[in-house]
Design a protein around this ligand. Structure first.
Ligand code: ASP
Length: 494
């Protein structure tokens, strides 16, 4: 399909999907399965693609010894761009200060929870009856209720007007017997999902996991679990050894060359489904968030924070990376970006760098003239370890949580955030909301409350899509720049 036609198709899909999911949330949710089909198609080809593209790419180098410098360049490029991205995020969040309240009792207290100091309450048979509760106060079972004058809390079970059914009462984590009587002053707090509180790993554990995870215990298990790094290692070894076997290795190499071509053809076919798939994914996710009426108030409530993340992502992707592309890749932005856009829009709709990999490879090889041998090596690696967007987001979010809690961070803490956000992004898998989980480790590294995550949870699905797009953009720019280095090195050695 022509690039223009495909792009127009995808943009139409996005507009239609946003309208359906935004205005008719239920209809959006009901067509989500079409988007799931699209993701499944992409995921179906990720593992065969990595194996075939890497092996056939490595064998094309002719000399295995050239792989070392290529690997070193790739890792250096990835680390340098990720570090630049974190730095942009840190400077921006310190400058904008999204976590500082505009007025003394304003934004931050609303974000930390709703505090109604003057509201009178009565507790009868496990039901809390409030003198008045603003009807717009949205309460779900993910909220807790605190009776301020007694300093006791319980989880909200359900609400009917001013009557709240609650679970068992606790004081500082200790369960209490029957509670009754009346008093004054209540507060609501959003509870932090267990999966974050149960996260016991530290940043060193994550690094250890990444390093031990490089070597698969069982290659088929890694493939079945869509674990990219071990599959990369396996393919590297197999490709390198095959290329030294001479005549004996030839048929196997030919097999992988053929497989690679076939997979690229399948990707080309899947592209036809992109407009519908991307549209359905957006409709479904927006519908799940309650359409525009459910999502926009949350976005506005966290507006300054979301603005800081998005501004940082824009600076990194529209100024810093294009400069690198121009300086080191000798490539102009406009055409390169237009050629990469199907992959970028797929990243936005799927929130997964791994699922987007087939599209990223197709755009790089077929449209941006990146040689298959570079793309086959650089892009799979980038999809799992190069996450500029995630790193920037983690730094901004952590500092925002500190600001909301009135905690001032000095240079030592900021340096730790700089380092751990870079490492946490490397450790995050290329799947939806992986960055949110590894962010817990950054919070722990500087002793900030993990509960802060519940503040930013409501709009994370949206920011995840924005940062995944930047992750994929960073990989694509990396492939182009490194390909140029490889070509130059080949030219000089001739
Ligand atoms: N969803 C992101 C990705 O796949 C990772 C993240 O959660 O930041 O690239």
């Amino acid at each position: 399909m022509q690039n223009n036609k495909l792009l127009i198709g995808i943009i139409t899909g996005i507009v239609a999907g946003s309208c359906i999911g935004g205005f008719f949330p239920e209809a959006g949710v009901s067509i989500q399965f079409i988007g799931d089909l699209f993701i499944r198609f992409l995921m179906m080809i990720v593992m065969p693609l990595i194996i075939a593209a890497m092996i056939s790419g490595i064998c094309r180098f002719g000399d295995v010894r050239k792989l070392g410098p290529l690997g070193a360049k790739t890792i250096t490029f990835y680390l340098a761009t990720t570090a630049l991205s974190v730095l942009t995020g840190i400077l921006l969040v310190l400058f904008i200060q999204p976590g500082q309240p505009d007025t003394p009792s304003g934004e931050s207290s609303v974000l930390q929870g709703t505090v109604l100091e003057k509201t009178e309450y009565r507790v009868e048979n496990g039901i809390v009856i409030l003198e008045n509760l603003p009807p717009e106060t949205s309460l779900t079972s993910s909220h807790s209720l605190t009776l301020l004058d007694r300093n006791i809390s319980a989880r909200v079970a359900s609400r009917e007007g001013n009557r709240l059914a609650v679970g068992s009462w606790e004081k500082n984590g200790t369960p209490l017997e029957q509670v009754s009587g009346s008093g004054k002053g209540i507060a609501f707090q959003k509870l932090t999902p267990e999966r974050f509180l149960e996260e016991k790993r530290t940043i060193t554990d994550i690094l250890r996991e990444v390093i031990t995870g490089l070597i698969p215990r069982n290659i088929f298990q890694s493939m079945a679990e869509n674990d990219i790094l071990p599959v990369i290692t396996f393919s590297l070894f197999l490709g390198a050894v095959l290329s030294t076997l001479g005549e004996q290795g030839r048929p196997v190499i030919e097999f992988f060359n053929g497989l690679n071509e076939a997979i690229m053809k399948i990707i080309h076919l899947v592209m036809y489904a992109a407009p519908v798939g991307i549209g359905a994914l957006i409709a479904g996710r927006l519908g799940e968030a309650g359409g525009f009426t459910g999502f926009l108030p949350e976005l506005l409530r966290l507006g300054k924070y979301a603005f800081t993340v998005i501004a940082g992502l824009l600076i990194h992707s529209m100024i810093i990376l294009p400069l690198i592309l121009k300086l080191f890749g000798k490539t102009g932005l406009k055409k390169f970006a237009a050629n990469t856009s199907p992959a970028l829009l797929t990243a936005f709709s799927t929130a997964s760098s791994s699922a987007t990999l087939p599209m990223t490879v197709e755009c790089a090889e077929k449209k941006n003239d990146v040689s298959p041998r570079t793309a086959g090596f650089v892009l799979p690696l980038g999809a799992t370890i190069n996450m500029d967007g995630t790193a920037l987001y983690e730094a901004v979010a952590v500092i925002f949580i500190a600001q909301i809690n009135g905690i001032t961070l000095g240079v030592p803490e900021l340096s730790i955030i700089f380092l751990t956000a870079t490492l946490a992004a490397i450790g995050a898998a290329g799947i939806p909301e992986a960055g949110l989980v590894t962010m817990v480790l950054v919070l722990k590294a500087v002793n900030l409350p993990i509960e802060g995550i519940s503040l930013i949870l409501a709009i994370d699905w949206f920011l995840d899509r924005c940062r995944t797009t930047v992750n994929v953009w960073g990989d694509s720019v990396g492939a182009k720049v490194i390909d140029r280095f490889v070509r130059l090195a080949n030219h000089q050695s001739r």
